[in-house]
Design a protein around this ligand. Sequence first.
Ligand SMILES: NC(=O)c1ccc[n+]([C@@H]2O[C@H](COP(=O)([O-])OP(=O)(O)OC[C@H]3O[C@@H](n4cnc5c(N)ncnc54)[C@H](OP(=O)(O)O)[C@@H]3O)[C@@H](O)[C@H]2O)c1
Length: 250
Amino acid sequence: MPKHKLERIVIAGATSGIAREVGRLLASRGARLFLVARDPAKLDAVAADLRARGAEGVHTAVADLASTTSHEQWWPEALAALGEPDGVLVAHGILGDAERARRDASHTTEILTTNFLSVAAMLAPISTWFEQRRSGVIAVIGSVAGDRGRQSNYVYGASKGGLDIFLQGLRNRLFHAGVDVVTIKPGFVDTPMTAHLPKTPLFASAESVASGIVGAMEAGRDVVYLPFIWRWILLVLKMIPEAVFKRLKT
Ligand SMILES: NC(=O)c1ccc[n+]([C@@H]2O[C@H](COP(=O)([O-])OP(=O)(O)OC[C@H]3O[C@@H](n4cnc5c(N)ncnc54)[C@H](OP(=O)(O)O)[C@@H]3O)[C@@H](O)[C@H]2O)c1
């Protein structure tokens, strides 16, 4: 018996490769969904797909999730559409251009705002609503990249590492209200975000990661590495002393 039913779910960043697959799993069980995304045409296509796959109702809102205030518009709309959501999945994010982010302050700001600040901001009213309801699940897609800073992608890594700490504190706060906060840490996933990267055996499919996300949300898990092997990879990586790590070409 799952701890959380996931019958009415809000998905921010619903057009993401991973979120679409989560939406499909929930739709096939007849869930009611409120989808938030920035591209109206993509959003309509995802909504139509989820309706065709059995969702009981699909509502949508167009929003720029790099904004730290867009939730002021769509969160009340989500509550009006779903009544009492059982949970929220936050999936939007950008990888950005790591080379550019090293030199270009505006790109650094864009990555940090989209991946971290906007999420922290939207979770202020969302977490308070769930705290008052005294049940539900909030899941956010972070990344294994947030576990250790590396020269190859430390701005993206910092945005996800910031999320990790934020969600730890939120989890600690909401535990006392019976609300679960799930930090999802995928490794490489085959989605539009990684389309430019050569595919290695470490790549997982969006379908398999989505299945792990739904299971983790149902169970109200704390932190999940997807696939699980990344937990061991990061455990080893995090054990390397900084004096050694800084010398590596990572
Ligand atoms: N793929 C991986 O290897 C991997 C690994 C670890 C973590 N993750 C994380 O998983 C999450 C989902 O990514 P994905 O792999 O599914 O990649 P994706 O398909 O590129 O999805 C990224 C999503 O974020 C949305 N987005 C970006 N900026 C936005 C903005 N300003 N306003 C609204 N939406 C915005 C994109 O919207 P558009 O559809 O309009 O572009 C897209 O739907 C992200 O948080 C990512 O960091 C991915």
